[in-house]
Design a protein around this ligand. Structure first.
Ligand code: NAP
Length: 307
């Protein structure tokens, strides 16, 4: 199943038993890709940011299935001041930070390797060489198997990949950004600090690079496609959105699928990996159902018409 499961609420708003049940159902349905970070959810009052990794680690240990899971976690955006709920004191991406952070993640996740290790943010105060060299060192030690960059601009990602290749280092082969079916208005920025949108330029770059895979977050906009209690974020407020939503609803009813499922199927058909964040079994089942929704060329053309 080409869908990754996000784990932000696991161990906090979703307790351990419910988290285990969601992880079990995802795994039984053929899901293998998990996404966490060394700081989820530090922005919630009273939380350290260890909770998500600890819960995923406890589940992996309880089920003994580490080698059947494709595990990803991140470094760079953990606060260095305990209790700071902003990114102002983020640890960044210096070599000592990367070397130390991976130990914490491996311990909490109860494993000795990470399948994709992401730089969570850009840290322009550190030379790219230093960060990329630190990632490469972890690969040589067998602690990480591949590298990804999250919340990065297209030019920096291209520069980083070229640099790694020229040095014979492990290059970033994954990129994680905010991306969904609706397109944002130009020159807007998400209100969530740290979120970076997949620009047209970035999508063009990803599509041109066969060894680069996009994992998309906020794919269902926290439920806004279907929930009246979740207004569509302001960054999508432009005339094209109404047209895209109309086509989305038409296609959903033609296929007998939900709009959320068509959004996920659309991203998968583009070759991207949608990350889904769920807090209930019903939400998970709806997402899993998207793996069976097939969009033929005609439907993809209709859905993808310029807006
Ligand atoms: N790299 C980064 O910087 C970054 C940033 C953000 C997220 N992420 C990753 O992406 C994952 C997903 O996070 P997200 O917040 O962006 O995801 P999202 O899909 O935008 O929102 C998840 C929330 O949407 C609601 N929802 C999910 N499925 C639904 C459905 N079928 N019907 C109605 N409502 C539904 C639920 O809200 P309720 O729980 O309130 O019901 C759920 O908790 C995270 O766990 C994390 O792994 C990465």
């Amino acid at each position: 199943m080409n869908i990754a499961l996000g784990t932000i609420p696991f161990g906090t708003t979703v307790g351990e038993d419910d988290s285990f049940a969601i992880l079990d159902r995802f795994f039984e349905a053929g899901g293998t890709m998990l996404d966490t970070a060394n700081n989820y959810p530090f922005w919630v009052e009273g939380r350290s940011g260890d909770e998500s990794e600890l819960t995923v680690g406890a589940w992996l240990a309880a089920r003994g299935n580490r080698d059947e899971v494709f595990l990803s976690t991140k470094v760079g955006a953990r606060p260095t001041i305990p209790g700071d709920t902003t990114l102002d004191s983020a640890e960044g991406l210096s070599a000592p930070v990367v070397a130390r952070a991976v130990e914490g993640s491996l311990r909490r996740l109860r494993t000795d390797y990470i399948d994709v290790y992401w730089s969570h943010i850009e840290d322009r105060s550190v030379p790219l060489d230093e960060t990329l060299g630190a990632f490469d060192e972890l690969a040589r030690q067998g602690r990480i198997r591949s590298a990804g960059a999250s919340n990065v601009s297209a030019w920096r990602l291209e520069r980083a990949r070229s640099l790694s290749v020229s040095r014979g280092w492990l290059p970033y082969t994954y990129v994680q950004l905010r991306h969904t079916y609706l397109r944002p208005r130009p020159l807007t920025r998400p209100v969530e600090s740290g979120h970076v949108l997949a620009t047209d330029d970035m999508l063009d770059y990803v599509n041109a690079e066969p060894d680069l895979t996009l994992w998309a977050y906020n794919t269902l906009m926290a439920g806004s496609y279907t929930r009246p209690d979740r207004p569509i974020p302001e960054i999508y407020d432009h005339p094209g959105t109404a047209r895209r939503l109309a086509v989305l609803h038409e296609v959903s009813s033609e296929l007998g699928a939900t709009p959320n499922q068509v959004v996920l199927a659309w991203l998968i058909a583009d070759g991207y990996v949608p990350i889904v964040g769920v807090s209930t079994m019903a939400q998970l089942d709806e997402a899993i159902g998207a793996a069976d929704v097939k969009l033929d060329d005609e439907l993809r053309t209709r859905l993808g018409a310029p807006c």
